[in-house]
Design a protein around this ligand. Structure first.
Ligand code: F6P
Length: 407
């Protein structure tokens, strides 16, 4: 009978999304009653070494002491993983960089009895990497360092790993994954890798466990029905943002994604301030639709001064592109890119909050909830309610929730 047990060994430089993928796999596989456990070298290092191992030189392969300690940690996790599979576990995920051939040869030598699937996470997007490092250094092991020292140290750690990094090639079973876009770049799979169809499916799916999709509070432009621009919140808008912060006070919101526009950042600020440890990350891709020559006009003005624009847009709102601007159809690519960024930076398990705009939120919703294109520009995006979205292979939920906009 074919073996129903498997080792998965993660591969990749630091901050490439390995742990996120590992956690995502564990959760989905466990829901499918496949017993899965993660053996993370970083966690074990932090548990075992009372001493500080956050300084970059610890990761220099020329540092024999550091190397010996890291090899020892890898060895202990191999033993733990083996024990797990030899008792009742189905899948043991070894979550570490496993960057060099040498380390992977050791894994192959030690992890006997069941097949090994290597999963390499690749992402060289500089902007994402910068934001990921920013998140990493909020971990307790960097607390004693100033922010720029911690960033430099982490970047140096990556440089050390890069010196020994060899992409997967010789291994018998492997997947090379673009971990930002959930796209398989290369795969080499022999027969007899249990659960591979399911694993593959999870690797390429855009699941979101908990998304709060909020529109910014009321602005001065909203009062006049004026579009685009970079208007600030009205008193009512500020009160809405405070009410939101009260609504979410008992929930943990580690990151609030906004656009780069004032109104979304202003809406996010009280929420961030009422959270213990939260970060606002503005994402340019979430900026409102660019209405080109119509920016800052009211719909009434457009109708009077540019009747052609008004009527053409009305005829086919989804496909209409504002002169010198955008349309829903042309926003799709950047919105999808923004969603990938937000999912990547959120890690797993995720609670994601996005504070966006009317057209942007319509596009984000349609990414997770199938809508006919012609219906997308008419999706209801109010300012006194928000959407709670769950979209996983096992569950789909789209709930419009009213919060008390007068706290
Ligand atoms: O009116 C607010 C707003 O966010 C504008 O900035 C934007 O042009 C518009 O909504 C998008 O909605 P619609 O596609 O319905 O015009």
């Amino acid at each position: 009978m074919k073996s129903q047990k498997l080792y998965i060994a993660m591969v990749g430089l630091p901050a490439r999304g390995k742990s996120t993928i590992a956690r995502k796999l564990k959760e989905h596989l466990t829901k499918d009653t496949i017993k899965t456990r993660i053996f993370n070298n970083g966690d074990l290092r932090r548990k075992l070494t009372g001493e500080n191992t956050s300084h970059p030189e610890f990761y220099d392969s020329a540092n024999t002491q550091g190397m010996a300690l890291r090899e020892k940690i890898a060895h202990i996790n191999c033993l733990n993983a083996k024990r797990y599979l030899h008792t009742n576990g189905n899948i043991a995920i070894l979550d570490a960089t496993n960057c060099s051939y040498q380390r992977r040869k050791k894994l192959i030598h030690e992890l006997t009895g069941y097949p090994i699937l290597f999963i390499e996470c690749i992402n060289d997007n500089k902007e994402i990497l910068k934001a990921s490092i920013q998140r990493k250094i909020s971990m307790p092991e960097f607390k004693h360092l100033k922010q720029d020292e911690a960033i430099k140290g982490f970047e140096q750690r990556i440089i050390y790993y890069n010196q020994i990094y060899k992409p997967l090639k010789k291994e018998e079973n492997f997947v090379r994954l673009d971990s930002l876009n959930n796209r398989i770049i290369e795969e080499e799979i022999s027969n007899g890798i249990p659960y591979y169809d399911r694993i593959r499916d999870f690797l390429v799916s855009d699941a979101v466990k908990n998304l709060y999709l909020i529109r910014h509070g009321e602005t001065y432009f909203n009062l006049e029905n004026r579009i685009g621009g970079d208007s600030g919140l009205t008193i009512n808008g500020i009160s809405q943002s405070r009410a939101l912060s009260q609504y979410f006070i008992s929930k943990k919101i580690p990151i609030i994604f906004t656009s780069e526009k004032k109104r979304t950042i202003q809406t996010a600020t009280p929420i961030k301030e009422s959270q213990e440890n939260s970060l606002i990350i503005p994402i340019k891709e979430f900026d409102e639709i660019d209405s080109g020559i119509c920016e800052c006009m009211t719909y009434k003005e457009i109708r009077a001064k540019m009747p052609q624009v008004y009527s053409n847009r009305k005829k086919d709102k989804y496909n209409y592109i504002y002169p010198e601007g955008e349309g829903y159809v042309s926003m799709k690519k950047r919105i999808n890119h923004g969603i990938k960024k937000a999912l990547y930076l959120s890690g797993y398990p995720q609670t994601i909050m996005i504070i966006g705009h009317q057209a942007v939120n319509r596009m984000i919703l349609s990414h997770f909830l199938f809508r006919r294109e012609e219906d997308v520009p008419y999706t209801y995006i109010p300012q006194d309610k928000f959407y709670h979205v769950v979209a996983t292979p096992n569950k789909k939920l789209f709930q419009l929730i009213k919060y008390n906009s007068q706290p």
